[in-house]
Design a protein around this ligand. Structure first.
Ligand SMILES: *Cc1c(COP(=O)(O)O)cnc(C)c1O
Length: 402
């Protein structure tokens, strides 16, 4: 179990055996340049002041923690608090990371930004901060995702980004990622690649965690004010794992706070399609780092499925693999149906439409709250708002939209 002086990753970007940097030779220079720049600026006062100021006046931080009283009563046990990342500008936690990386790009003198996106949320966050900085940006997106996520594609275009449609492979996120890496290799002199979760080669998992750690840092102050003490349990959904690492990280040394990550269980059957990497995968290399991975016996990456596009990824950030193996965090999966039920609960009992990703965390809170006492406290990271998911939800409910 990690000690109070938790220091991860090591100099090679390892979280225990996980992480590292498994990339083609052509990228090693770009990555070492990035590592040097990040180690120079991560503790730089002027950099930190500027980053915190943008989070304050542009993103709208700090966002509140909210005691969901009616939801707590309905679930019949522990008191449930929500960290309201859904109230950030652009409606999710992803902008925390985009702000940090764009500032770093500017410090490094990079004049062009690229990113990949699946559901489009990271693309929108990146296009947003690039508009604010006046930097040109290219977003790589699989053709399949461009079709499915047209409103986000149009949002990115409105923000001035170029959306580059990727037609190779399965035409989804992992192909967009490969294409973005190819672009980076070719244009490495003037281009900065913003990865959107705690995945990829070192230093990305550490850097994206650090830029999202503001979530947990705020909670460390807010929970004693709102509830009189720290929570007993923190729950967050896990796709790549950035919102979860953001809220977990400042609490890792608080060993009396239980940390639970919730993955997409899809239809609920482990033998069918899902995206529960830590629950059902085993270690392997994907997109530049060693971590748990959904793969078949031959090491072929498996297709995934979830009602929530943001959790629909066969890999997971290496620090989560480490937290799982060390026992400091535990991981569970909930099904699409459990997620939709929790989505309805929050809409009707609290007047909040959560993102389907975040509704996974709520669904797990529902399962464990009933077994806890009335004076126990669960803090759920409400990673985003649900407006982007309305089409999927109407479809799941069989509602007509015209
Ligand atoms: C992208 C996204 C996620 C999943 O990404 P993580 O890196 O696991 O946090 C979760 N919630 C929302 C609202 C998202 O947009």
């Amino acid at each position: 179990m990690p000690t109070p002086d938790y220091q991860m990753p090591n100099a090679d970007g390892r979280f225990g055996e996980f992480g590292g940097s498994y990339v083609a030779e052509t990228l090693t220079f770009a990555l070492s340049q990035l590592r040097d720049a990040y180690s120079r600026y991560r503790h730089d006062d002027a950099f930190e002041r500027e980053r915190k100021n943008i989070l304050f006046e542009y993103v709208g931080r700090p966002c509140p923690v909210y005691h969901a009283r009616r939801l707590s009563e309905q679930y019949g046990g522990a008191q449930i608090y929500l960290k309201r990342e859904d109230l950030n500008h652009t409606g999710a936690h992803k902008i925390n990371n985009a702000v940090g990386q764009v500032l770093l790009a500017r410090r490094m003198g990079k004049r062009r930004i690229i990113a990949e996106t699946g559901a489009g949320q990271h693309g929108v966050a990146t296009a947003t901060v690039c508009a604010r900085e006046g930097l040109p940006c290219v977003i790589f997106m699989g053709a399949e995702d461009v079709q499915r996520q047209m409103p986000n594609v149009q949002r990115m275009r409105l923000l001035g980004a170029e959306v580059h449609t990727v037609h190779s492979g399965s035409q989804t996120l992992k192909d967009a990622l490969n294409e973005a890496l190819r672009d980076w290799v070719t244009n490495v002199d003037d281009t900065f690649y913003i990865i959107g979760s705690v995945a990829g080669p070192h230093p990305y998992p550490m850097m994206v965690r650090d830029f999202n750690a503001v979530i947990g840092e705020e909670c460390l102050k807010q929970m004693p004010e709102a509830a009189g003490r720290h929570p007993d349990t923190i729950i967050a959904c896990v796709g790549g794992g950035s919102n979860a690492m953001g809220i977990f990280y400042p609490y890792i040394s608080h060993t009396d706070v239980a940390l639970i990550g919730v993955e997409a269980g899809g239809s609920g059957d482990a033998h069918c399609l899902h995206a529960a990497t830590l629950s059902h995968g085993r270690p392997g290399v994907l997109h530049g780092s060693l971590s748990y991975l959904l793969q078949d016996e031959d090491g072929q990456v498996l297709a995934t499925n979830s009602i929530s596009a943001g959790l629909d990824y066969p890999g997971v950030g290496p620090e989560h693999s480490y937290l799982k193996e060390s026992g400091r965090a535990t991981y569970a999966a909930v099904s699409n149906d459990e997620t939709l039920a929790a989505f309805d609960d929050l809409c009707r009992l609290e007047g909040i439409l959560p993102a389907l990703e975040s509704a996974h965390a709520l669904a797990h809170a529902k399962k464990i709250a009933a077994k806890m006492k009335k004076d126990n406290i669960i803090l759920v990271n409400l990673s985003g708002r649900g407006d982007k998911d309305l089409a999927s939800i109407f479809k799941a409910k069989g509602w007509k939209t015209e």
